[in-house]
Design a protein around this ligand. Structure first.
Ligand code: DGL
Length: 193
């Protein structure tokens, strides 16, 4: 299981709850965090190096990419390079958000890498098409610096950035149709939900 830092521990917690007998190895790539504002090629290259390192040291049965950014930018090429190894990724929970939202106005907080990726665009388009003509509206915002503040456990920065980004998102909704559901599309964010 790997992430740029502590974020993937939110995924590991769920994995341990469901699969108590499985042995997990968690790699926090803290020395290279955050991934979110790095160029896509960099995130791809880093994810390949981390996977190669895990394979060499532990011969895992599967890899969980516990990072929305690395999933968005690297999981396709990881699957290509290790065709016999199962990769499980995490993506912003747009589908559950559609089921929860009454106004159809959904905010998505994630890293720049995630929100600007073709994979995220495709996920969004798939859901919009599936729910046409009453398609939900996704307001996606790149929350630069937030994962980093959480990684550093910097309380004042976390509060300031959270207020700013949630405020910016809520302001995007059209009059009379408020955003009623927020997707925390980065594995660091649940720690400060
Ligand atoms: N936790 C990661 C994610 O889910 C990346 C955070 C970062 O390193 O910027 O996107």
């Amino acid at each position: 299981v790997f992430d740029s830092g502590v974020g993937g521990l939110s995924v590991l917690r769920a994995l341990l709850a469901h699969l108590p007998d499985v042995r997990f190895i968690y790699l926090a790539d803290s020395g290279n965090a955050p991934y979110g504002d790095r160029p896509p090629e960099w995130v791809r290259d880093r994810s390949h190096r981390v996977t190669a390192g895990l394979c060499k040291a532990f011969q895992p049965d599967a890899i969980v990419v516990a990072c929305n950014t690395a999933t968005a930018l690297a999981i396709d090429s990881l699957r290509q390079d290790w065709p016999a190894l199962p990769f499980v990724g995490v993506e912003p929970a747009l589908k559950p958000a559609v089921a929860l939202s009454r106004s159809g106005q959904i905010g998505v907080m994630a890293t720049r890498g995630t929100v600007s990726s073709p994979r995220f665009a495709a996920l969004r388009e798939r859901l919009e098409a599936a729910h046409a003509p009453r398609a939900p509206h996704f307001h996606a915002l790149a929350c630069s610096g937030l994962a980093d503040a959480i990684e550093r456990d910097d309380g004042p920065a976390i509060r300031q950035l959270s207020r700013r980004y949630v405020g910016e998102l809520l302001a995007q909704a059209p009059a009379g149709r408020p955003i009623d559901t927020l997707v925390l599309g980065c594995t660091h964010y649940p720690f400060v939900a």
